[in-house]
Design a protein. Structure first.
Length: 442
């Protein structure tokens, strides 16, 4: 078993340099096979049997490969010296798994007959759907070529460059180079029109800080000109005796408390539905003119959000840091929100709203990390309120067969133990929240 793991790790280390070597070598698998056949003929039948047919075939194969390499490499070097291609990303944001159209602009170029130019985009992060466009022939005008791509999750997908590969139609030779590009495709969380979550205020301001301009239900200490609808009891008779002007008492403007909501969105890269629901909730709070402070996993010192637009931008910018965040990062992201409330808002937080994906708490280790975060908030005198996005699918755990256990031992390293989202873990998390009297909204 140890020998198998050593062999697999050795193969993973050696295949990386081989892949990098393939990008600049002009040989292809077809031409390599032809060269091996020609080499075999030159070493074997030709010297030993003086076979003229084998000699002609061997030299012919080698000559064909050489000519193909010469034509392709020569054309590739000529095209590489020009600024051949540019890329234009879509102007409007796209949601995950939808097609985003990226346009490649090919300047006037001459591509020799029997060859073609294959173009694809390379991103700083892996995960986008592969898409390759093939360009044939020559043109004296610019050509615009669309590329339809899909992306697995939100984020600003920076384009590293355009990978250009010149090939011949027989597949015997290739020449590859990368054109740097400075552009990005913006993928935003899906739009959720409304939310069913109630107002979950983290604290309350004193009632005399905010004036209600629509309703005046305070004490009748204000004075205004008399109106017949005021009645005789509201007339200020002393003022009438001195000035001869009828004045009546008017209620003061009433004071209403204003909610202050603190939110932490614990969203991993693929938790886009959770992000959409969190943004919809922030939008509904701002429509009520409430103050909101939003942090998220992987924020790492970024400015916290105070409205729906800032919340969406924060969730997009922090997605790559959220992918690398550890369980300790959950407490760090929550601590950033608490520090902001203490330093800037001068408020003491009593409750905190935590948005969590249901599939995440259905994972054993992730659920334990969320429980530890709730316990840590309890030590700070803060009550956690969990808003769970219902998981799309939960797996009922069953005892694996002997063959599956053996296969797992052979393939999966002992340090890379994985747990699937199960209904048992999901129910266990809800039960633990109930036992600790934590509020949960699904």
């Amino acid at each position: 078993m140890k020998l198998l793991r050593i062999a697999l790790s050795f193969l993973s280390r050696t295949t990386g340099p081989l892949r990098r070597m393939r990008t600049w070598l002009p040989l292809t698998p077809q031409s390599s096979a032809l060269l091996l056949v020609g080499l075999y003929l030159l070493i074997g039948p030709v010297p030993h049997s003086s076979d003229i047919v084998s000699a002609a075939l061997a030299f012919g194969l080698v000559a064909i490969v050489k000519i193909s390499i010469f034509l392709v490499v020569g054309q590739g070097v000529r095209l590489r010296t020009k600024t051949l291609l540019s890329v234009s990303a879509p102007n409007t944001p796209v949601t995950p798994h939808d097609l985003a159209r990226v346009v490649l602009t090919l300047r006037p170029a001459r591509i020799l007959p029997g060859t073609y130019l294959a173009c694809s985009l390379e991103f700083d992060y892996e995960g986008s759907s592969p898409s390759i466009v093939k360009i044939f022939g020559s043109s004296s005008k610019e050509r615009k070529v669309p590329l339809d791509l899909s992306f697995p999750h939100r984020g600003s997908w920076d384009i590293r460059g355009i990978r250009c590969v010149i090939r011949d139609i027989t597949g015997l030779a290739k020449f590859s180079w990368l054109i740097p590009a400075q552009s990005s495709v913006l993928i935003q969380p899906p739009f959720v029109p409304d939310t069913t979550l109630p107002l979950l205020s983290s604290t309350q301001r004193p009632g005399d800080l905010v004036t209600d301009m629509l309703h005046r239900h305070g004490d009748p200490f204000d004075i205004k000109p008399y109106h017949p609808s005021d009645g005789l009891k509201k007339i200020v008779w002393k003022a009438f005796a001195k000035s001869g002007e009828l004045l009546s008492r008017h209620p003061e403007a009433s004071m209403t408390p204003e909610g202050f909501v603190t939110i932490v969105v614990l969203a991993r890269p693929h938790d886009d539905d959770l992000c959409g629901k969190a943004i919809a909730y922030v939008r509904s709070l701002k429509e009520l003119k409430l103050d909101v402070v939003v942090g998220c996993e992987g924020s790492r010192g970024r400015a916290l959000a105070t409205d729906a637009a800032q919340c969406e931008q924060l969730l997009i910018d922090s997605v790559w840091d959220a992918a690398r965040a550890s369980h300790q990062g959950l407490i760090e992201a929550t601590q950033e929100v608490l520090d902001h409330c203490r330093e800037h808002a001068k408020l003491t937080v009593r409750k905190m709203v935590l948005f969590v994906a249901g599939a995440r708490v259905a994972d054993g280790s992730e659920a334990e990390a969320i429980r530890q975060l709730g316990a840590w908030l309890g030590t700070q005198g803060i009550e956690p309120i969990f808003c769970l996005a219902e998981p799309r699918q939960l797996r009922i755990q069953s005892s694996p067969s002997l063959a599956r256990k053996t296969l797992k031992l052979l393939i999966t390293p002992p340090t890379a133990e994985t747990e699937h989202a199960s209904a048992d873990n999901y129910r266990a998390f809800l039960t633990s929240c109930l036992a600790r009297q934590w509020e949960v909204f699904v």
